[in-house]
Design a protein around this ligand. Structure first.
Ligand code: AMP
Ligand code: MG
Length: 955
């Protein structure tokens, strides 16, 4: 109280507090000498010091050294609360005499103190836990360097923030020297009160963590530290210590005759005891290793105990199961035909085919393709809208022995051309209606509509099978970092085993009705299509216009009695909204919902968003399942059934691997990381792709040798590899995996996989662009969008030319929604582009057309709706919804708000066809006119007054 009231918060006078506590506990009078005078003297001295030149010098030193220190993101058991608490506990640490002696010897050899050796090991541990290389640790310093206060009882404690750089994975001995350096120069500038430093650095006072550093290290009573004596606190005697934690964690050690002893004090809001217990084990392991091998690099220091290693590797990672895989996709389908011939196989709108009919049509096409020379493994392009013909074509190609390359006809010509050339297809199955949007090339078009007569004369019986399970089934193209998409090769067996290996969880059957919601150019469609057709179920193809409208899609799911629904979490969020609305307004429709399973995939699932759904539907009927997967590993990798408990927390759980896949979470040296610690997900086993088409180097880079030596039945080189996913995850205590994000610049927007590098490379090739950075920003929750930042060569360059060029090269979902031209990029202290400092795009960068203000109440209201939905401040009535960053999910929001405000059902297609406020207002007025009487007519006319003559004519 005295110190603080004196205007100082210097820290804690631990000696005195300990003495006070001891005396209170023992019922004695505290033995506190005349403190007041001394403290007052000290405070006075310090005040004077702060006016002197040394103060300025020290302040500059720390300012320079602690510029933009990142927060240390330790992997916590629970998310960090927005306001930090100091609830704490501790876990003992004991380092035996033998090891302590070795550590002392090492310190002597290296010419450093034991304090520095221990602190260096602590940095190593923190680096391995966080992957961060710029780490700041606090340490208390007894501020007694002033001779005049030499005999002051107790000590004034100040904190030093010691920041080291672990970039480039230093050797332990080199890090040790760095720590020595940083510590010594820290001591030389130790007088500046920490609080003062924090104030002057203007460190954002984020209340979720302590400023500058979140972890602390102390070593007490060690003779060979540089004046680092700290008062000793007997932990046993101070039960109150156990209840608080000043920092996320504090490593307190004390050297005694038995070695080093102490504890890790930790914040119990963030960590469980078991986690800290394991951390203590890892620290010990690190200390043991560096004592013997101080020349190892930090990444090379083992942390796991043997037991932990076996648990993680053998029990959780390696899945020895082998499931049935020896079949081809089409022959598996043909088995369904035998069993379920007369059941409906595919359906779109009012059109449908039974298994027999679908098989017959596919056979006719396959016969034709064989005549055209298609042989085993040959790639055949398919470019069709969603249709029954699309399914016939896929089957036709497979039956002919080939593998299909799906090409979305709505892609820009440049991209279509690239894919067809890269895959080297000789035949492209398409339709005369879409042929116009496909560039001519070195392939022969197979026009299904024009050929239909000819095809109908081909035999309808199954062809002799010429493809084995190792043959290619499909090649799906996915975004590539270097600017061009890459083709992922998947053999038949991968698809077969996907369904045998997951059958234990699902038990799909002939009564199941599936939607084929996803484009056949993405592999979620592989799951949707064969999930229906391998089991005798029905595949309901969702036309693209329906897929774009949640409302129409919801209706379809209800009316068709769909039982298995596969969705990206962002699409399902919209689905939930519609479900809410329909249960109110269209109960008859909502009652028809018959879902058995909702399977999530493609992007991280936010469990909290399912709360509302759970309230009305529970988690049994349907079951909600999160599946994590990658095109390169054949659709799915893990399975997690959502439970009630999951909904309460914010972790994105992806569960456990499918039992025939190996799943390792590894550090940069390909060693398993401890439980709870993030690492890169690696996948091996029967789902692995055969690599990228015509890209051997890239294949070797991503499909690396499996050093865990899993013996698979098939001893083909490629199978014994691990796919480096670039995804970051960690194992939780129960063996469930939590998804944490990416280590690179790949992003997901509404489930679309996008390499930002591909967009950057495309923009960079536009003339006039000097440099560019593309980010996926989420400035308002739930609305992720791509933003391009540009440095131009000169001012004459027209942004619109660049935009046009980009639109011509990239599919819609990869086109940036906003462009921001900057004079230069903000840089980090190390001279890299500081992406976090790039500005939020302002309205001026998106709305490029001349602004036209609303002219009547309808337009006024619509403008408000658009501004809300698009998060823009000013929208003109002639601005294009999609140019302003709108997309189909936001469009459905417009539709539902229009419903609320006007009580009119705006067709989503109206918004797609004429995406301006002006036009929507006309639609609404028209709707109103149709349902109005004469009395209201006068009001309406008054409203119409604001419109132009031409608009009125249209009306
Ligand atoms: P794709 O190849 O298009 O299926 O994209 C694969 C990527 O999507 C993965 O590498 C992940 O980054 C992401 N992803 C897929 N499923 C999930 C999931 N359930 N949770 C989180 N991310 C996912
Ligand atoms: Mg996927």
């Amino acid at each position: 109280h005295h110190i603080i009231s004196d205007g100082w918060s210097l820290g804690i006078l631990i000696d005195e507090m300990a003495e006070l506590y001891r005396s209170v506990v023992n019922g004695e009078a505290p033995n506190l000498p005349e403190l007041n005078i001394q403290y007052a003297d000290y405070a006075a001295w310090q005040r004077k010091w702060m006016e002197g030149p040394v103060f300025e010098h020290q302040l500059n030193y720390w300012r320079e050294n602690l510029r933009s220190v990142p927060v240390l993101e330790l992997p916590t058991d629970r998310p960090r609360p927005p306001i930090m608490t100091f609830n704490g506990s501790f876990e003992p640490v004991k380092i035996g005499r033998g090891l302590t002696t070795k550590l002392n010897a090492l310190s002597r050899d290296q010419g450093v103190t034991l304090f520095m050796t221990l602190l260096t090991s602590f940095y190593a541990l923190l680096n391995r836990y966080t992957g961060q290389t710029d780490i700041c640790v606090g340490t208390p310093v007894a501020n007694r360097a002033r001779p005049e206060f030499e005999n002051l009882i107790g000590c004034f404690v100040n904190s030093l923030a010691l920041r080291v750089d672990l970039e480039n994975d230093p050797r332990f001995v080199d890090l040790l020297l760095q720590v020595q350096d940083v510590t010594l120069s820290g001591y030389n500038h130790q007088d500046l009160p920490f609080e003062r430093l924090v104030d002057s650095l203007g460190v954002a006072r984020d209340k979720s963590h302590t400023p500058l550093f979140q972890v602390m290290f102390t070593l007490q009573n060690a003779a060979n530290t540089l004046d680092m004596r700290m008062p000793s606190v007997d932990v046993e005697m101070l039960p109150s210590v156990a209840k608080t934690s000043k920092f996320d964690i504090t490593l307190n050690l004390e050297e005694g005759s038995d070695g080093l002893e102490g504890m890790i004090e930790y914040n119990t809001d963030l960590f469980d005891r078991e986690t800290i217990h394991r951390m203590v084990g890892h620290l010990e392991r690190v200390l043991e290793t560096v004592a013997e091998h101080p020349h190892l690099r930090i990444s090379e220091l083992p942390m796991l105990s043997d037991a932990e290693y076996r648990l993680i590797l053998d029990e959780w990672n390696h899945q020895p199961q082998i499931y049935e895989y020896k079949d081809s996709v089409h022959s598996r389908f043909e088995k369904s035909v035998i069993q379920y011939g007369d059941r409906t196989a595919v359906k779109i709108g009012s059109e449908s085919l039974t298994y027999n009919q679908l098989n017959a049509k596919a056979n006719q096409l396959a016969h034709y393709l064989r005549e055209k020379g298609v042989e085993a493994n040959q790639l055949v392009g398919i470019s069709l809208d969603r249709s029954i013909d699309m399914v016939v074509s896929i089957l036709g190609v497979l039956k002919a022995g080939g593998a299909y390359v799906p090409v979305d006809p709505t892609n820009p010509q440049e991209r279509i051309q690239f894919i067809l050339e890269d895959a080297g297809v000789a035949l492209l199955i398409t339709h005369s209606a879409v042929q116009g949007s496909i560039p001519a090339g070195h392939y022969e078009p197979v026009l299904l509509d024009e050929l239909s007569d000819e095809l109908s004369h081909r035999p309808t019986d199954n062809l002799p099978n010429i493809s084995g399970e190792d043959n290619r089934a499909y090649v799906i193209y996915t975004s590539g970092t270097t600017g061009k998409p890459k083709g992922v090769l998947i053999p038949h067996s991968n698809v077969i085993r996907l369904f045998t290996a997951t059958d234990q969880w699902y038990g799909f059957n002939e009564k199941d009705i599936w939607t084929v919601f996803h484009s056949f150019a993405f592999d979620f469609s592989v799951w949707e299509l064969w999930g229906a057709l391998f089991f005798g179920g029905q595949a309901v193809i969702v036309p693209s216009i329906v897929a774009k409208s949640t409302e129409d899609f919801y209706q379809l799911v209800c009316e068709e009695g769909v039982t298995v629904l596969n969705q990206t979490p962002s699409a399902f969020t919209q689905f939930i909204r519609f479900d809410e609305y329909s249960r109110e307004d269209k109960p008859d429709l909502a009652q028809q919902l018959k879902l058995r399973y909702v399977v999530f995939g493609g992007e991280a699932l936010d469990f909290a968003a399912l709360q509302q759904w759970n309230e009305h539907h529970g988690l049994e009927q349907p079951q909600l399942i999160n599946m994590y997967g990658i095109t390169e590993t054949t659709v799915h990798v893990t399975y997690h059934r959502v439970t009630e408990k999951d909904l309460a927390q914010r972790q994105s759980l992806i569960g456990r691997p499918i039992p025939d896949l190996d799943f390792y979470i590894l550090d940069i040296n390909m060693n398993p990381v401890p439980v709870g610690v993030p690492g890169e997900i690696h996948v091996g086993g029967q789902g692995l792709s055969h690599g990228y088409l015509n890209r051997p180097e890239l294949t070797d880079e991503r499909f690396v040798p499996n050093k865990f030596g899993v013996e698979l039945e098939r001893d083909k080189g490629l199978y014994d590899r691990l796919y480096r996913t670039g995804d970051v995850g960690r194992l939780l205590l129960n063996g469930v995996v939590e998804y944490l994000g990416r280590i690179d610049d790949q992003v997901k927007i509404r489930g679309y996989r996008i390499e930002l590098g591909e967009i950057e490379s495309t923009i960079s090739h536009c003339s006039g662009v000097r440099e560019t950075v593309v980010l996926a920003r989420e400035d308002s929750p739930g609305d992720r969008r791509l933003v391009a930042y540009l440095l131009m060569d000169n001012e004459e360059v027209e942004l619109s030319d660049i935009k046009d060029q980009v639109k011509k090269s990239l599919p819609d979902y990869m086109v940036p929604k906003a462009y921001v031209c900057l004079p230069e990029f903000p840089l980090t202290p190390n001279g890299k582009i500081d992406k976090r400092a790039l500005p939020i795009p302002g309205d001026e960068n998106v709305a490029k057309q001349a602004y036209v203000a609303p002219r009547n109440d309808t337009e006024e209201t619509l403008t408000e709706i658009w501004q809300e939905v698009l998060h823009l401040e000013k929208v003109g009535v002639t601005d294009n919804f999609f140019d302003l960053g709108g997309h189909s999910l936001l469009a459905t929001q417009v539709v539902s708000r229009v419903r609320e405000h006007f009580n009119v059902e705006l067709a989503l297609s109206a918004l797609f066809e004429e995406p301006t406020i002006e036009n929507i207002a006309l639609h609404l007025l028209q709707a109103e006119l149709e349902s109005t009487d004469d009395m209201e007519m006068a009001d309406l006319l008054a409203e119409i007054e604001g419109l132009s003559e031409e608009d009125l004519k249209n009306l």
